[in-house]
Each structure stands twice: as C-alpha cells, then as structure tokens.
Unconditional design. Structure first.
Length: 260
C-alpha cells in the first residue's frame, strides 16, 4: 500500500478515525471547561420514555422514506418537489413538534436549548471545533468527489441536514437526557442513538457497494462525530456551534468549491 492509497484512497477512513479520536480526547479533557449542569429532572423515567418515543418516530419515518417512499415521490412529483416535501415533514418531526413540546410541557426557554447568537459558554471550544472541521473539510476536498452546489442549495442543506438534526439530537434529546442522567451519560446515549438512526441510509449504501468493512466502520465514525457535536454543544451551550461543525462535516467541499 502506497501513501496515496492510505491518505486518499479507501483506507483514508482510518486517518479520519484517528483524527476524530484525537479531537474527541482534546475536547473531552483539555479544551474548555464543562458548564454548570442543566437542572435535574424530577421525572427521569418520563424523560427517557419521551426521548425514546420521539426518536422512534424519527427512525420509523426515516426508514419508511428511504426504503419505500423516496422513489415513489420522485416518480410522482419529481426529485425537487419530493425533496421539499420531505424537508417539510422532517421540520415537523425534528423541530416544530419537539420545540412546542418542551416549551409548553417542560417550560423550557429558547436559551436553554442554545438558541442564542451572542452567548457562548466557551469560545475556545467554538473556535477549536470549527477549526477542526475546517481541517477535516480541506482533507475531504482532496479525498472525496468534488460536489459543486450553488449558494441556495448550500443554505437549504444547512437547514435540512445540519440544523434539523442538531436541534433534535443535541438541543432536544441531549438536553432531556442531561436533565435525566447527567452530562456524561447524556453525551454517550445521544451519540449512540444518533448512530442508530443512520442504519437505514448506511444499509442502502451497503446494498449498493457491498463493502462490509466500510459499512461497519462508518457507524463508528458517525458515533465519533455525534459525540464531538454533543461535546461542542454542551461546552458552548450554543446550538449554532454544533450546527456549523455538522454542516462542515458534510458540505465543506461544496462550500470551498463555491468560493473558489
């Protein structure tokens, strides 16, 4: 195996894994302090049941879309309209309904979910996280197919891909789990269920390429990403910090190409 195959070929996933592990260790132990824990819930079992229920709704909907509905929608109304329709449903499941629930039922304030621009608990964590994912984005620029997208499409995926998932898995689920079980367990639990929700998409990809090693290792990488996003969200108490990092994970290449 030559160096180009290791760094830019199929085995480059090893380099990414090592990079993410280093980032995770630095964030967990050395970069920025842990904030004051969120107020503990008096009904942790209820919070756990709610978390599982909301997650199951998302997992079921996502599975039905990937395995059945997506191709049907594309055939009936076209790829663009079907995408907008699915984003609208995702907005209900991942954002609007959970937001209304925690505001009305749990009496949360928007600031408790991280809906703030100016307030950041740790700017060191924010700068470190964005810098790390910019480096990963530049690396992906050389190892991945170059996907060119216009600014409107990049804004749309910023919302549909990064914001919705970050609100649901960090702002909603991780916050509920932290109130129920504390910071450390919440971080691990949300990372696990964030990984599990990728099973349908990863399974479809596996059915196409048949690469079992890539299939299994991709879940490990998703878990690392989810845990890192969770740490960034927890230590900054700012939802936009993890949204930016999540966005750079998937679309840094397209953004670089746009500005070039």
């Amino acid at each position: 195996m030559d160096l180009s195959e290791l760094f830019f070929g199929e085995f480059s996933i090893i380099i990414i894994g090592i990079f993410l592990i280093i980032i995770l260790i630095l964030l967990a132990k050395y970069v920025g302090p842990y904030p004051k824990p969120l107020p503990q819930s008096g009904t942790p079992r209820k919070d756990l049941r709610e978390t599982i229920l909301f997650w199951l709704v998302h997992f079921t909907w996502l599975s039905v879309v990937i395995f059945f509905l997506k191709s049907i929608f594309v055939t009936l109304i076209g790829s663009d309209l079907s995408y907008y329709f699915l984003v609208a449903i995702d907005s209900l499941i991942l954002f609007i309904i959970p937001l209304i629930y925690v505001i009305r039922k749990n009496n949360w304030r928007l600031s408790e979910i991280g809906f703030t621009i100016t307030k950041v608990e740790s700017w060191k964590v924010l700068v470190f996280g964005i810098s790390a994912y910019l480096i990963l984005g530049v690396y992906s620029f050389f190892r991945s197919p170059h996907i060119e997208m216009y600014w409107f499409a990049l804004l749309l995926v910023l919302y549909s891909n990064a914001f919705l998932e970050e609100f649901f898995y960090r702002g909603f689920i991780q916050s509920k789990l932290e109130r129920a079980f504390g910071q450390k367990k919440a971080l691990i639990y949300q990372g696990v269920i964030f990984t599990l929700v990728h099973i349908p998409a990863k399974t479809i990809q596996f059915s196409i390429d048949g690469n079992l090693l890539l299939y299994l290792s991709s879940f490990f990488l998703v878990f690392l990403h989810g845990t890192i996003y969770g740490l960034i969200y927890m230590k900054t108490r700012n939802l936009w910090a993890s949204v930016i990092c999540h966005y750079l994970t998937n679309w840094a290449v397209a953004t670089i190409l746009l500005f070039i």
